[in-house]
Ligand binder design. Structure first.
Ligand SMILES: Nc1nc2c(ncn2[C@@H]2O[C@H](COP(=O)(O)OP(=O)(O)OP(=O)(O)O)[C@@H](O)[C@H]2O)c(=O)[nH]1
Ligand SMILES: [Mg+2]
Length: 429
């Protein structure tokens, strides 16, 4: 934590604009990198750019520009340079030598944020695997270029454990990754048991909030479920999935899960690590794709989220587009015309949240089926379960038991029928 008299470290945000990238796209990406820098606790001192047809193979920027960047860094008293691309270990090494400070590429910045925000043992292990995968080739490169005596670079690079490049060799990294993967597999089994204990089963109404980082997923989760999940104006505030029931409770009972946010160029290692976290999304019957309607770059963010959903195999899951933060800006009429069936709202307006809740409930109610259940007088202890899972529309008393006309999830109704069939045959009268 910073104290009042401690100034935040200063950084320069820098990028090459390739000829294939439009000015608007480039600016949006830089704005996002500045946001990422702030999330890491940096004060952004300046932005530095160069237009190039190709990224310089040796040291990212062209020769003259590297000298300019060194001068700017000195003038601004910046201790780090954040690049908007992923660069190779040797490019990073060369550039650092010329500019005289630490260089973090976009992947490293994102990995560092994930590292700092990971809370659960599960998320920590996932992030560590991704970081080791990223660091392994860089350590080899550094060791090769600088010789065995070179110590690890200090600072915000986040190399944990204080080990030098030489100490943590390739094999150690491989062993550590294997160990972490084993741990994760164990935790995965634990999570499955927990899910089973929560009474989750096929057919249960489940909704997952997905979307670009900072779109307002956790805020909506809080509003929809009355729970206290973390909401913060930083990127990747949420790394762990939380699951809560829609509140007030509905029939059928709907479970909502909040998930990790997406971002452009999400490091590949992280996509792989977070696949299991995103299983929640895959198991959902409905995805609420939350988009920040007030962000000028929302279209790109929407497209990135769709791409990641495709990558994790969630393409077939039905989804509802939710344009959030309309209180901050955005063209409501244009959105409705362009994305038929979307919801335009603000998580800050209780009326809007109620409408979203209704839309979710309606989605699940449409799937419901009506059926008649026969509940023998000898099995009245099962009434509770019927009332908990279905809406009871009508009840008639017969000589041997009650007839209940219910509406519920197809899977629930089927299961109840099977159970009562058994109860009836055990107690024939
Ligand atoms: N003005 C306004 N701000 C909102 C709205 N919804 C969320 N916010 C703010 O946006 C910021 C991000 O909200 P979160 O709910 O943490 O976003 P998230 O999608 O969970 O973000 P990650 O966990 O980082 O992926 C917070 O400062 C919220 O208070 C809204 O409808 N209007
Ligand atoms: Mg969140």
């Amino acid at each position: 934590m910073k104290t009042a008299d401690q100034k935040p470290p200063r950084a320069i945000v820098a990028a090459v604009q390739l000829s294939s990238v439009s000015d608007a796209e480039f600016e949006a990406s830089l704005a996002e990198l500045r946001q990422l820098a702030k999330t890491l606790g940096f004060e952004v001192a300046a932005t530095f750019t160069q237009k190039l047809a190709h990224i310089n193979a040796g040291a990212y920027f062209g020769t003259g520009k590297r000298e300019e960047l060194r001068l700017l860094r000195e003038q601004e008293g910046a201790g780090a340079i954040l690049l908007d691309h992923e660069i190779s270990p040797s490019q990073s090494h060369n550039l650092e030598k010329e500019v005289g400070c630490e260089v973090m590429d976009r992947t490293m910045v994102i990995l560092e944020i994930f590292h700092r925000h990971a809370r659960s043992r599960y998320a920590r292990a996932q992030v560590e695997i991704a970081r080791l995968g990223y660091m392994a080739p860089r350590m080899r490169e550094a060791a090769k270029l600088a010789g065995p005596k070179d110590r690890a670079r200090s600072g915000t690079g986040g190399r944990s454990g204080g080990e030098s490049h030489g100490e943590l060799d390739r094999r150690k990294i491989r062993d550590r990754i294997a160990e972490l993967q084993k741990e994760l597999a164990g935790m995965g089994a634990e999570r499955k048991t927990q899910r089973a204990r929560r009474g989750e089963r096929a057919g249960l109404a489940r909704v997952a909030l997905v979307g670009y980082t900072n779109a307002g997923k956790s805020t909506l989760m809080r509003a929809l479920t009355g729970s206290e999940v973390l909401v913060a104006n930083k990127l990747f505030a949420t790394l762990d999935t939380t699951v809560r029931a829609l509140h007030p409770e509905t029939v059928p009972r709907v479970l909502v899960s909040d998930t990790v946010g997406f971002i452009k160029n999400l490091p590949h290692g992280l996509v792989a690590s977070f696949k299991s976290t995103l299983d929640e999304a895959l198991e959902a019957s409905l995805l609420l794709h939350v988009v920040d309607a007030s962000d000028p770059g929302f279209e790109r963010q929407l497209a990135v989220t769709e791409e990641v959903l495709e990558e994790i195999g969630a393409r077939a899951v039905p989804r509802l587009l939710v344009f959030n933060k309309i209180d901050r800006g955005g063209d409501e009429a244009a959105l409705r015309a362009r994305y038929p069936g979307c919801i335009v709202m603000s998580a800050r307006r209780p009326g809007d949240v109620a409408k979203l809740r209704e839309a979710v409930v309606a989605f699940f109610q449409e799937r419901l089926v009506e059926a008649e259940l026969f509940l023998p007088w000898s099995a009245q202890n099962m009434r509770g379960e019927i009332f908990a899972t279905c809406a009871v529309l009508e009840e008639r008393a017969g000589a041997e038991g009650a007839f209940l006309r219910v509406r519920g999830e197809p899977a629930d109704v089927k299961r109840l029928r099977e159970q009562f069939g058994k109860a009836a045959s055990i107690n024939p009268s």
